[in-house]
Design a protein around this ligand. Structure first.
Ligand SMILES: Cc1cc2nc3c(=O)[nH]c(=O)nc-3n(C[C@H](O)[C@H](O)[C@H](O)COP(=O)(O)O)c2cc1C
Length: 350
């Protein structure tokens, strides 16, 4: 389990850089353009706000997702243990980081499967890079990733820009839609596709809907920027300058949600990318998302303790609940009718 492979070294770099450096996108999420209608007479009690949502045959107690992050190293195993413990206790969903390290080095599987061990009831998502389907992976590897976690679904992540700005990245994204379609058809659990922080266009959403994906996680621009992360681990000045060019790249989270709505109105949407609190999550649900996910924020909490992750979840839930109360929404499905686009004079101070 302690073997140091190039993948596990990269995973430890990712954790360290995300904890220590400023890796925020130069863009905002676009959520500042929206606000809820305040109801002075909401005609409900605070505790009437019902945060539950059902997904893939399970009920989660709040529409929250610990976004896919890590695994493959001892440090990652500790983080996954804390995150999964909190997911189990709070009854929310959790994604694991890319399991490629454990597919190639099965002795690392425990750094991921620890999550299922401590979260037997949680909605857990396996994770692989979709591009690996162009580098020798197929349904066998997808099934191994799912089995490792007894996962409720598989997430395939799309990260063309991240691969392109790193040294020796996997940059052949040709003909990938066909392979994603095959995975959706053959895999026994639902296949979800996500970005990693640059969002989803209308065209990509349409392509993914035609592949038969069960949900799309926008992972939009406005939060963690992987070109910034790659800039910090660049081995030379050329790669550093290449990565630094893309600070302001991507489709903001709010716009990505609307793109998917237009391209595939029935598609379940997970919102993520730069969400800061329960009010941001509520706005995403108001725009049409089913869950709100966070990565960077949960990483920082997990670096402290399970209790810190639980405190973070409790605050997110309270923020969501107060938002629902003050806008008179008893259920999450009521939120879209309560959201409006701000007029420019009401924009928040910079
Ligand atoms: C340390 C770290 C590792 C990550 N690793 C993965 C991964 O292996 N697979 C994946 O799909 N996304 C990965 N992500 C991306 C997140 O799931 C998420 O899409 C992105 O960070 C945007 O969310 P945020 O702004 O809340 O951080 C990672 C994020 C962080 C911070």
């Amino acid at each position: 389990m302690s073997k140091v492979t190039p993948i596990s070294r990269r995973k430890n770099d990712h954790i360290r850089i995300n904890l220590e450096e400023d890796v925020r996108s130069g863009l905002t999420t676009g959520l500042e353009r929206y606000s809820f209608i305040h109801e002075a007479l909401p005609e409900m009690a605070l505790n009437d706000a019902d945060l539950r949502v059902s997904l893939f045959g399970k009920v989660v107690r709040a529409p929250l997702l610990i976004s896919s992050m890590t695994g493959g190293t001892q440090e990652a195993a500790i983080l996954n243990h804390r995150l999964a413990e909190a997911a189990q206790e709070a009854g929310i969903a959790m994604g694991l980081g890319s399991q490629r390290a454990a597919i190639e080095h099965p002795e690392l599987a425990a750094t991921f499967s620890i999550a299922r061990k401590v979260a037997p009831d949680a909605l857990l998502f396996a994770n692989l890079g979709a591009v690996q389907l162009n580098y020798g992976y197929g349904i066998t590897e997808c099934r191994r990733a799912v089995d490792m976690l007894e996962a409720d679904a598989l997430i395939l992540h799309l990260n063309p820009l991240q691969e392109a700005v790193q040294h020796n990245g996997n940059t052949d994204f040709d003909n990938l839609a066909k392979k994603i379609e095959q995975t959706c058809r053959l895999l026994e659990v639902p296949t979800i596709v996500k970005e990693v922080g640059w969002g989803i266009s209308e065209r990509t959403a349409r392509l993914l809907a035609n592949c038969g994906v069960a949900a799309i996680d926008v992972a939009g621009a406005g939060g963690t920027s992987w070109s910034q992360v790659e800039m910090h681990r660049a081995p030379d000045a050329f790669t550093r300058s290449l990565a630094a060019t893309f600070t302001e790249w991507g489709i903001p989270t709010a716009e990505s949600i609307l793109n998917i709505r237009r391209a595939a109105p029935e598609m379940p949407i997970f919102a993520s990318g730069g969400l800061r609190h329960g009010l941001d999550i509520a706005k995403c649900l108001g725009l049409g998302a089913t869950l709100g996910g966070m990565a960077g924020m949960f990483l920082k909490a997990a670096a402290q303790s399970t209790e810190t992750v639980l405190d973070t979840i409790r605050l997110l839930e309270a923020q969501l609940q107060v938002t629902m109360f003050a806008t008179g929404a008893r259920t999450l499905a009521d939120l879209p009718a309560k959201l409006r686009e701000r007029q420019s004079p009401q924009m928040p101070k910079a």
